[in-house]
Design a protein around this ligand. Structure first.
Ligand SMILES: [Zn+2]
Length: 268
């Protein structure tokens, strides 16, 4: 809005300055939208009746303006102080949020670490279990092959040795070569007292001529577990352990027991 003042009119300079100052002040405040409505009448009055300021609405407007300005000044101060408080509160909130975020981050990190450790422990346990299940041992600790696989002799119905004989005096501990389940435990004709174990990889092992059997069908055994004692039962000329490795549960599915044990890490 234009503020024009006619030239040549008498007017007290101080008044004019004061009015101008106040109008300017009000105009500034108007800009904030707080006292909209005051400025327009004041300016209208100042342009039309500036030579009679004491009788016009301008004075009132200015007086009201000053009064209002004072109140607005206080209000502005309150608002400013409030703004400072708001900023302080905002800063505190931001700091608190950051702190909470840091705490959460640390907690998440600890949780992630604990989870990783738990998984590693599980992995190690699985590895140990896998190793335990896949570990194989010799059926007679510290023994040696006295009659080899496929050896020919009139002693065997097939004419060929279906396993190996391991040197063992009667009463020597006979152990399962690997983990598995007992599928046969009892008299086996030419094999005498014998045990057959089905292993976890689907292969079978047989232990013959035992003097005693210490497991029963359906029983789970681990590698190295004693299943009986060696002896000279069945078709034998002397005490020893007859050991067979098989791809199936029955006679005739035999495979080279030395190679079988070797594949499982056992060298006789
Ligand atoms: Zn034999």
């Amino acid at each position: 809005m234009a503020f024009t003042r006619a030239t040549g009119k008498h007017r007290r300079p101080s008044r004019a300055v004061r009015v101008s100052a106040n109008v300017a002040g009000i105009a500034t405040l108007t800009a904030t939208g707080v006292v909209a409505g005051f400025a327009a009448p004041a300016l209208a009055a100042s342009t039309d009746e500036v030579h009679h300021p004491e009788d016009t609405g301008l004075t009132q407007a200015v007086v009201i303006g000053e009064d209002t300005a004072g109140r607005i000044g206080e209000q502005a101060q309150v608002q400013s102080s409030s703004a400072a408080e708001t900023t302080a509160v905002h800063d505190a909130e931001t700091a608190a949020k950051q702190q909470a975020a840091d705490v959460k981050k640390a907690a998440d990190e600890a949780k992630r670490k604990a989870e990783a450790e738990r998984k590693e422990a599980e992995r190690v346990a699985r590895e140990q279990e896998r190793k335990r299940l896949n570990t194989f041992v010799s059926p007679i600790a510290g023994s040696y092959v006295s009659t080899s696989y496929k050896a020919s002799s009139g002693l065997w119905s097939s004419g060929s040795h279906t396993g190996i004989d391991l040197h063992a005096e009667t009463g020597t501990s006979v152990q399962a070569v690997g983990a598995g389940t007992v599928v046969e435990a009892g008299w086996g004709g030419a094999y005498g007292n014998n045990v057959v174990i089905k292993h976890n990889d689907g292969t079978y092992t047989q232990y013959g001529h035992l003097s005693s059997i210490e497991v029963s069908v359906g029983q789970s055994v681990t590698a190295g577990q004693q299943i009986g004692l060696s002896g000279a039962t069945g078709n034998v000329t002397g005490p020893h352990l007859h050991f067979e490795a098989r791809t199936g549960a029955t006679y005739g599915t035999d495979i080279d027991p030395v190679a079988y044990l070797s594949e499982h890490g056992v060298n006789l």
